[in-house]
Design a binder for this molecule. Structure first.
Ligand code: GL4
Length: 837
């Protein structure tokens, strides 16, 4: 490396940049230094939040020096990198995770305790970074943790929303939404890179010119420009020097933005334009598994993909390599179709700006991108209306039409004279107006397409991508079963269990090789071991009971069976079916004699999750849950035999309390609708059993832990079509237990029945799309089997241990390694601690 400075100057820099020590004394000094200088406070003027800020800033210093060292060494070595493009990164809190990954939690814990604070309370002061809706965004966060831990050179690219997912409060039983002001108190977990700023164009027109060789060139002249500013979020790996990066873009007006209007004396117009520019990254769209089709969302997608590609291409160009080497240096993973525009943008950069031929460019593009599909629900398939798209991105529309033309020509060559096939495979849907099918664009522009669990990956091959499998062949369509990071979801969320596992297995190696959990099986007949195992579960239930008391003002007994369903509220996830069976349980208890009641297994049914603000039916489900809770919880005939709670504002940090405390959790989607699910993995990893349908990753969990340790019910994916058909055309009657439950609601047992009429209508024979009636009886039976099994605590504890012990497959380390080997073709690059800042 060359430097413009003389040797002595460099040596001075190196002497001054020696890393700080990590002994307790240095750590405390750095905390107090931040308290007095950065925060301008003192011992007389401290609270938990100030302590959090100081510990965060001190941790950040250490994080940034690792980040710097990693990024410096990677720039010099320049290995192939993967870029993970995701509109959502649901990171949750950072401090605890950073301290654990850096191996500094104990030192900081002791350090802060001597300074008069309790580490757990300090940790609680941090607000979640909630830049995601649910599973898809949390998956991105788990993958970033694994990529860093396994030393893969990887960057995430996303948007820095001013407002993350809304805060949910329950008012009179209804969900109400409040803005998430997460940036109100400075965010210590990001580095603003005000020096990195990229111009992004919108609108305008396309100039066609002939270059000096007589070749036609397209030149896009945008009507407006906005600026993308980079914010970097360091992602430390566990037990490694590597620290990766998530680069989040923020939109700003360009410096020259307002000049024209301003010079024309139109000050108000120039301010309005500036505000519009900032709007692009102001809010995360709060939809999971549905597409709203808003123009601002399309702007977000282009703004983000264009800024990210500019950055990636700039980094590649520094290496002075040939364009043909691009895909040997760069792999780009598309997290769902949200970033599919990146395919078009790279083609545009290569053809219009770098002057490559169309075919050479397209060859590079398709070798670079790979695409993950996360859902088969039709309402989630992204489509953009051609007129709106053309108005915002005229040149990109031309390129999409060209991509489509060349693609369909090839299809026609392979399968001549099949108009239907061309119509079905086209990237353009012939509707009024025409629509761009983003999933087709993503498939055509990628070299690999994967689903997120075995069943789902097979389903997409026979449904939405059937024609594409026929055309491209099987090899392009693969499975990568999702995973979760054991660092956050066991080590951090369940410290007692983590310590106990480490003590039992003799070391912490299992945290980087989760298959080692198998070693726990040897302890299954050890009574003392099982007792301790269950005592830890109980302690976690006590902690959750405290949270329930605080948030719902309901007292629940930690000795009852804790039954949990926490996830986004969606019809396909069937929270409705769950609450209907709770009503059935309530009615059954009410009809019992005192003697019969004595043998009832007490249960606490815990719900949580947000509904999209515009999803009327989902919001009614929340209202019904709260109304049932209000009636059941104060009914003296029921007492502690049944409690129902809806925990408001479910998010990552609440999940960290709930997941370790569940005895049983519900993963009960209509078969074939939940692509994978990832909370199922979190619960089982923490020794919680699950009730589930044969859907998503439930099937693979069943394979790993064995049928004696899981409660499976309901129809199978390949039966769904026939069941719907039978319902619609052969008038299969509604399940009788379900009828009883519905008449209770209609009689007003849970308040004004008129409120619930739209919800009940979804169960009308022939319209019960999610097959609640068809699965109802087997669902009740599965719940009874749970009660029965839970009564034998000794057997239950064995099941619980077997659950944890057999979850090795579901570490996101396994998932990420498969992506690296089979899709990205990248190798780990471990950095060396050179002792510098
Ligand atoms: C989802 C799926 O619904 C969920 O099953 C899956 O686990 C997750 C991550 O792959 O992706 N797809 C969408 S859209 N939102 C999700 O959470």
């Amino acid at each position: 490396e060359k430097s413009k400075w003389p040797k002595e100057t460099i040596e001075l820099w190196q002497r001054l940049s020696k890393k700080e020590a990590n002994d307790i004394n240095s750590v405390q000094k750095s905390i107090v230094h931040h308290v007095t200088t950065t925060l301008a406070r003192s011992v007389y003027n401290m609270d938990n939040f100030a302590a959090y800020q100081a510990v965060a800033l001190s941790t950040r210093d250490r994080l940034i020096s690792q980040w710097n060292e990693t990024q410096g060494q990677l720039s010099r070595a320049d290995p192939k990198r993967v870029y993970y493009l995701s509109l959502e990164f649901l990171l949750g809190r950072s401090m605890d995770n950073a301290l654990l990954n850096l191996g500094l939690k104990d030192t900081y814990g002791k350090g802060i305790e001597q300074l008069g604070f309790n580490m757990e309370e300090v940790i609680e002061s941090e607000v979640d970074a909630a830049l995601g809706n649910g599973g898809l965004g949390r998956l991105a966060a788990c993958y970033m943790d694994s990529l860093a831990t396994l030393d893969y050179p990887a960057w995430g690219y996303g948007l820095r929303y001013n407002y993350g997912i809304f805060q949910q409060r329950i008012v009179d039983g209804y969900q109400t939404e409040y803005p998430d002001y997460w940036l109100n108190f400075d965010n210590p977990w990001e580095l603003p890179r005000l020096d990195i700023s990229i111009q992004i164009g919108f609108g305008g027109h396309v100039q066609i010119i002939e270059d000096e060789y007589g070749v036609t060139r397209h030149n896009w002249i945008p009507a407006t420009n906005v600026q993308a500013i980079a914010y970097d979020v360091p992602i430390p790996g566990y037990d490694t020097e590597n620290c990766n990066n998530i680069r989040l873009w923020r939109s700003k007006p360009t410096k020259t933005f307002d000049l024209t209007s301003f010079n024309e004396g139109n000050y108000e117009k120039s301010v309005e334009d500036a505000t519009n520019a900032e709007k692009i990254t102001s809010v995360l769209y709060p939809n999971d598994n549905t597409m709203a089709g808003k123009e601002l969302r399309l702007k977000q997608q282009y703004f983000w993909t264009a800024a990210s590609l500019d950055d990636i291409v700039r980094r590649f160009k520094k290496s002075m390599r040939e364009w043909s080497d691009f895909s040997d240096q760069v792999a780009i993973q598309l997290n769902d179709t949200h970033p599919a525009l990146a395919i078009v943008e790279l083609q545009r950069l290569l053809v219009d700006e770098e002057m490559l031929s169309w075919d050479d460019a397209w060859d590079i593009v398709t070798k670079t991108f790979a695409f993950t599909n996360h859902t088969v629900l039709p309402e989630a398939m992204e489509k953009w209306s051609v007129p709106m798209f053309e108005y915002l991105l005229p040149r990109h529309l031309q390129i999409i039409f060209d991509i489509n033309l060349f693609f369909l020509q090839k299809v026609e060559m392979k399968f001549p004279n099949d108009r239907g096939l061309l119509n079905r495979m086209s990237i353009i849907e012939e509707a009024q107006p025409q629509q761009i099918r983003m999933a087709h664009l993503a498939v055509v522009g990628s070299h690999k397409v994967n689903g997120v669990a075995a069943l789902h990956s097979n389903l997409i091959k026979t449904t939405i991508f059937k024609d594409f499998v026929h055309y491209y062949g099987e090899d392009k369509f693969i499975n990568k079963t999702n995973g979760i990071t054991p660092r956050r979801w066991l080590h951090q969320a369940n410290p007692q269990l983590s310590d106990f596992i480490t003590e039992t297995l003799g070391n912490t190696k299992w945290l980087k090789d989760l298959s080692l959990l198998k070693g726990l099986v040897a302890k299954i007949n050890d009574d003392a071991f099982r007792k301790k195992w269950m005592a830890i579960k109980r302690a976690n239930k006590v902690r959750l009971a405290e949270l329930i008391k605080e948030r719902c003002n309901v007292e629940v007994s930690p000795d009852a069976l804790f039954d949990v369903q926490v996830k986004r509220i969606h019809e396909y996830k069937r929270q409705f079916m769950n609450i209907l069976v709770v009503i059935h349980r309530y009615r059954t208890i009410k009809s019992m004699t005192a003697a019969q009641k004595a043998s009832v297994q007490p249960r606490v049914v815990i719900f949580g999750g947000k509904a999209a603000p515009g999803y009327y039916i989902a919001k009614l489900v929340i209202k019904l849950i709260n109304s049932v809770a209000a009636v059941v919880n104060q009914d003296p005939a029921v007492g502690d035999l049944l409690k129902v709670v809806f925990i408001p504002d479910y998010n990552v940090s609440v999940a960290e309390v709930i997941v370790p405390a569940s005895d049983i959790s519900q993963h009960i989607s209509t078969a074939g609708t939940e692509a994978s699910g990832t909370s199922n993995m979190k619960f089982v990893l923490n020794g919680g059993l699950i009730i589930g349908t044969l859907d998503g990753a439930n099937i693979e969990i069943l394979e790993e832990i064995g049928e004696d340790n899981i409660f499976i019910f309901g129809c199978m994916a390949n039966e769904v079509e026939d069941l719907r058909h039978a319902q619609r055309y052969r008038g299969v009657p509604m399940d009788s237990a379900l009828q009883g439950v519905i008449s209770a609601i209609e009689k007003g047992v849970f308040g004004d029945p008129k409120i619930y009429q739209p919800l009940i209508s979804t169960l009308t024979v022939g319209k019960d799309f999610y097959l609640i009636s068809a699965d109802f009886a087997s669902y009740i039976a599965a719940n009874q089997a749970v009660d029965q099994a839970y009564k034998d605590q000794s057997e239950w504890s064995k099941k619980s241990i077997r659950c944890t012990a057999n979850m090795g497959k579901f570490s996101s380390d396994r998932s990420v390694k498969e992506y690296a080997d089979e899709i990205w073709n990248i190798k780990p690059y471990p950095v060396i601690d050179e002792g510098h800042l």
